[in-house]
Design a protein around this ligand. Sequence first.
Ligand SMILES: [Zn+2]
Length: 508
Amino acid sequence: MTTTRSNIETKCVLVPDLTDANRNWFAKLVIIEKSPIRYGKDTGTPYQKYIFADASNNTIQASVYDRDIEDLDPILQLHCTYYIGNAWITKIASPFFMASSPYQLTISKRTFIHAVPPDNALPYEHCYQFTPFHELHSFIGDDNTRISILCVVIHALPPRTVPRGNRYVPIQEFVVLNEEKRPLLFTMWEEFLPSKGAQLKNLIPHQPIIIIARPKVNTHHTISIGTQATSIVIFNPQIPQAALLKQWITENTTYMQTVTREKLYDKAHQRVHPPIPSQLREIYAVDPATQQTKPFWIKAEIRIRNNNSRFYFLSCPNPTCMKPTGADIDTDFTCFFCRMTYSRPLARLRFETQLCDNTGLLIATIEDDYAESILQTSVHEVIRMEQTEEQLDIAAINSRLQNTHYYIQVRNTTRSVQFTHNPRYIIVAYLPILPQPHIASTTHPSNTESEASGSTAIPAPTTDDYTSTSRLAIASASESTNKEERSQLQSKHPLDPSSEITPKRHKP
Ligand SMILES: [Zn+2]
């Protein structure tokens, strides 16, 4: 490898020229992301992922596999520039799309790799474009998003296990922040824990700044982010944006302590954001036959569905478990989900609602704080009434709810395709909208879907933490464009602890 610098420079092409038709090439590339060593799901083969950028900020992903890792891992360093030549180029399948190029490089010991001296290196600072926290809600459920987040990690929650597919897996949740002062939960899934989880936990006293590239944005905890297969976490990046954040941290230590002490990252303090138009659906367009794993929004009225079922159920009191139990309300029991022994079950509100818009009707379950705000009655009061054989006045509650429209976020929790004739929906978030007196609410079209989905009594309890609204609180929206709606919804500051359960209570 005696090629001189100038010689190679003239041969170098940009990323768009790197295609599977190009078999003899050199490129000058800077590493802007580097993953730890991971293992193939099916094969167990070790691999390492890189993202390279060229001088025009085109990016291409690269992988090193198996026995090449040991030799190339020490050579290929984050933020260093290399001349790379004749790595194998293949087209990528879209689920693993990480960079701007639809191709990827496979780098091996046969690949030409030559480190570029620092005085001729490519800049990399401009390669990072960060998404503000307040824009995250528009990426919910978009698994293929290539956004990045810059944040400081201030706290680690106790490790816990959650259901994933047919088994329980460990996760680690962190509280992250940036200058926007919107504390966010960041979940590291099991494949990231050995390499990055422990390292990050140890760094927390030093307020580590991290880049989370390609997080999954989801609605657990109103808005939260988590790792997915294509995510890469970069620790303490040496870029100007991180230096600014570092400065902000030194000026906001009191606020950061408050976040941890008062758990401002908790659901009770999180805001529900109104949906963007592309997330809104009319009920007739909700297809119960498809397995809708992503939550969707509808704009509808809510009615309590009086089907003579209980308005509550009993669950494990362990806040990280909350699974249903058949135990009696005043009997100690052992939870076989989390192994908690001899505790009283926790009573939680849960009942069915009918959600109606001008196009149809959907049966959905509502739970916990959301359920309480609809009933305006606590679970203890509901139990007391049951014990004294009093009846909840459902007609009166429905009459109060009439003419109030809500943005309602719904998730299909139907577990198996064989049950799709009987889909189960659960309300995961909702926001009241001011009453709209001109919309007649009494003429909902009778529809067969409601009959089909309404034939169950109380649906079987969901076992998925992420489909449960447990501990969800109602918060105010801040981004409504409707002036009246905004003044109505902003009556409580989102960080005001008293805003925990404060949907506006409308008069009928
Ligand atoms: Zn439990």
